[in-house]
Design a protein around this ligand. Structure first.
Ligand code: CO8
Length: 260
């Protein structure tokens, strides 16, 4: 069905696991790999059985060690550089705009573009051995896959600037304290599955509306964000899932959501 060089997809019932699998470069994202991630996500979304996505890296050592530095090193032209950033940003946006929950199982180094990939996920689970950082300034670069924007929205400009300007690597523990990762687990992939399972028991339309409200709200004022929330709330009360959820509560039974 698909023939990817650097990405694998596995299905476990309603869960899809996308693994970046380029071990010779610690899963670094060259343009081929970025393109494959994007195509893999399209394939996953074409499968109506899938209700959550987990993104992880192959091997014990790295989630993703960044954009591919040997490929980046060839860039000199202003416009070509901008295009490379835009192409990577598009993939991160594709991920962050998915209607299903996306969990990053950060199984090791998440540096540069790898950190940015993790930031495009909704929820992050790190291993105790994970190291996270944005080392771009050590290369004379800045984050270019949305990291300057997503990290400052997640943890505030002060903490984001500290990480980006010092280029220091942080431990999973520090990332947890900063709110960058949500959980630390020895087996981040199985913890990610557990988190995904606990989410997908809930109404799928409601899940996608929560994601949309938060995402669109972060781009606007509190007032406009609350209007977005009210619009989406209106959409939720018109769903069969809402009838089912409230009906099940009142009848003291478990709801069975159909995503309608
Ligand atoms: N790109 C290419 N190859 C890589 C990368 C990378 N990001 N990271 C690791 N590799 C390769 C190494 O070159 C090495 O290859 P080889 O075996 O052929 O020499 C192999 O992976 C193993 O790596 P190391 O030998 O370095 O392993 P160590 O255990 O010594 O170190 C580290 C592990 C600390 C993770 C180290 O590999 C490292 O520092 N990697 C680079 C991390 C980094 O700087 N990442 C940021 C890249 S820049 C970026 O992501 C910008 C994103 C936005 C782009 C916007 C476009 C314009």
């Amino acid at each position: 069905e698909f023939d990817f060089e650097n990405v694998t997809i596995d299905q476990h019932g309603p869960l899809a696991v996308l693994t970046v699998n380029r071990p010779k470069a610690l899963n670094a994202l060259n343009s081929e790999t970025l393109g494959e991630i994007s195509q893999a996500i399209d394939l996953i979304m074409d499968n109506a059985e899938i209700s959550a996505l987990i993104i992880t890296g192959s091997g014990e050592k790295a989630f993703v060690a960044g954009a591919d530095i040997s490929e980046l090193s060839q860039l000199t032209d202003v416009y070509a550089g901008r295009d490379v950033a835009l192409a990577g940003q598009d993939v991160m946006t594709q991920i962050s705009q998915l209607p299903i929950p996306v969990i990053g199982a950060v199984n090791g180094f998440a540096l540069g573009g790898g950190f940015e990939l993790a930031l495009a996920c909704d929820i992050r689970v790190a291993s105790p051995r994970s190291r996270l950082g944005l080392p771009e300034v050590t290369l004379g670069l800045l984050p270019g896959f949305g990291g300057t924007q997503r990290l400052s929205r997640l943890v505030g400009a002060g903490r984001a600037l500290d990480l980006m300007l010092t280029a220091r690597q942080i431990s999973a523990e520090e990332a947890l304290q900063m709110g960058i990762v949500n959980y630390i687990a020895d087996e981040p992939l199985s913890k990610a599955r557990e988190v995904a399972e606990s989410i997908i028991k809930n109404g799928p339309i409601a899940i996608s509306l929560v994601k949309e409200a938060v995402r669109r709200g972060l781009d606007t004022t509190l007032e406009a964000g609350c209007e977005i929330e009210a619009d989406l709330f209106g959409m939720a009360v018109a769903t069969a899932d809402f009838r089912e959820g409230t009906g099940a509560f009142l009848a003291k039974r478990k709801p069975e959501f159909k995503g309608e």
